[in-house]
Design a binder for this molecule. Structure first.
Ligand code: FES
Ligand code: FES
Length: 141
């Protein structure tokens, strides 16, 4: 019987069947990498995005997370969320949105922060590698 404060079934679903686990070829110019750690617990997330250079749309996403169940669920969820988004849209994804969708309890908020940080870092890396692509003033946010 699920306790009142037990994790939402969406967390368990993403945790037990994580989507888009793996890596993309980061030597590929169209791939951006975000590698981030959570100071609170030492967990690490690596996220790769592949971007269509003509449209600025994220066409593929892969992640590897060395961390707790909530971090794995957050990264799995975020890969599904940002696929098909433009870089500008993806750069606005908030951890609170992820946490809300997965019903993470407050002590697990930093786990979803890892996913937000990872996607931002991957976008930044892509833009560094492709300075002339998809001009935007949101770079580095
Ligand atoms: Fe890192 Fe959660 S404390 S696994
Ligand atoms: Fe640290 Fe989840 S990422 S406990």
């Amino acid at each position: 019987v699920a306790a009142r404060r037990s994790y939402h079934e969406k967390v368990l679903d993403h945790y037990s069947r994580p989507r888009n686990v793996g890596t993309l070829d980061k030597k590929d110019k169209s791939v951006g990498e975000g590698l981030v750690g959570a100071p609170a617990c030492g967990d690490v997330m690596r996220l790769h995005i592949k971007v269509d250079p003509d449209t600025g749309v994220i066409s593929d996403v892969k992640f590897k997370t060395f961390g707790c169940g909530s971090a794995i669920a957050s990264s799995s969820y975020v890969t599904e969320l940002v696929r098909g988004m433009t870089l500008d849209q993806a750069s606005k994804v908030k951890n609170t949105e992820i946490a809300k969708e997965l019903c993470l309890p407050p002590v697990k908020l930093h786990c979803s922060m890892l996913a937000e940080d990872a996607i931002k870092a991957a976008i930044k890396d892509y833009r560094t590698k492709n300075p002339q692509a998809a001009p935007t003033n949101l770079a580095g946010t």
